[in-house]
Write a new protein. Structure first.
Ligand code: PGA
Length: 229
């Protein structure tokens, strides 16, 4: 990827890990990093853990110089206040500067709608959190204030069968062609340390969104290494 924009690596832990497991992950990941730091001058590494891990990971990361950013997996579409169970952008903005919005699993299991997702984007943007807006095809609606989009075809998620870099490039190109405000399109769906380099090579693809491959420290570290080299 020759563009001036950084290549995004967005790890999505989904609904995984106890706090103890998150700490262990960080200990192993940071040890790997310290031993041999990847050259990520052109890469932005973002980890999206569950809300319960944010504060601890934020503190642990700040004890080091490892440039790992934190993101949310979801954000409230309501303002702060009497909205039981919701985590608002204002609450999380000091720890997370990114958020996934409309991940296919949330559209499927929580039945999130375009209207709700638009509200989530608005609240995120209002508090300086960059939305990473997830769509499953180039035909889907994208709010006009989204600069970063994730193309994640449902059939490729958690299946071990990724979309080809060539097709992901076509979809990314189509999304950018029809949405002038979109600067970065990243690809999600069975991205691993073994296949990440092929996505890096496609100039239209501005990053990757690994789920399963972010869960173990070694596979996430190797994925970053292979994207960097
Ligand atoms: P996966 O998830 O890497 O486990 O396939 C990707 C995604 O949720 O987009």
């Amino acid at each position: 990827c020759m563009s001036a924009l950084p290549f995004y690596i967005v790890g999505n832990w989904k609904s995984n890990k106890t706090v103890a497991e998150a700490v262990l992950w960080w200990q192993e990941f940071s040890a790997l990093w310290r031993k041999s730091p990847p050259d990520i001058s052109h890469i932005k590494v973002i980890l999206c853990p569950a809300f319960i891990h944010l504060q601890l990971l934020d503190s642990l990361i700040k004890l080091t110089t490892i440039p790992l950013h934190l993101g949310l997996q979801d954000v409230s579409g309501f303002p702060g206040g009497a909205y039981t169970g919701q985590v608002s952008a204002q609450m999380a903005k000091d720890m997370a500067h990114f958020t996934l919005v409309g991940h296919s699993e949330r559209r499927k299991y929580v039945k999130e709608t375009d209207v709700e997702l638009g509200a989530k984007v608005n609240h995120a943007v209002a508090f300086g959190i960059e939305p990473i807006y997830c769509v499953q095809s180039e035909e889907m609606t994208i709010p006009s204030n989204c600069q970063t989009v994730a193309y994640e075809p449902v059939w490729a998620i958690g299946t071990g069968t990724p979309d080809t870099p060539q097709n992901a490039r076509k979809v990314a190109g189509a999304i950018k062609a029809s949405h002038s405000e979109v600067k970065t399109v990243i690809y999600g769906g069975s991205v691993t340390a073994q296949n990440v380099a092929a996505y890096v090579e496609e100039s239209q693809i501005g990053g990757v969104l690994p789920g399963g491959a972010s869960l173990t420290p070694l596979s996430f570290y190797q994925l970053i290494l292979n994207a960097a080299s």
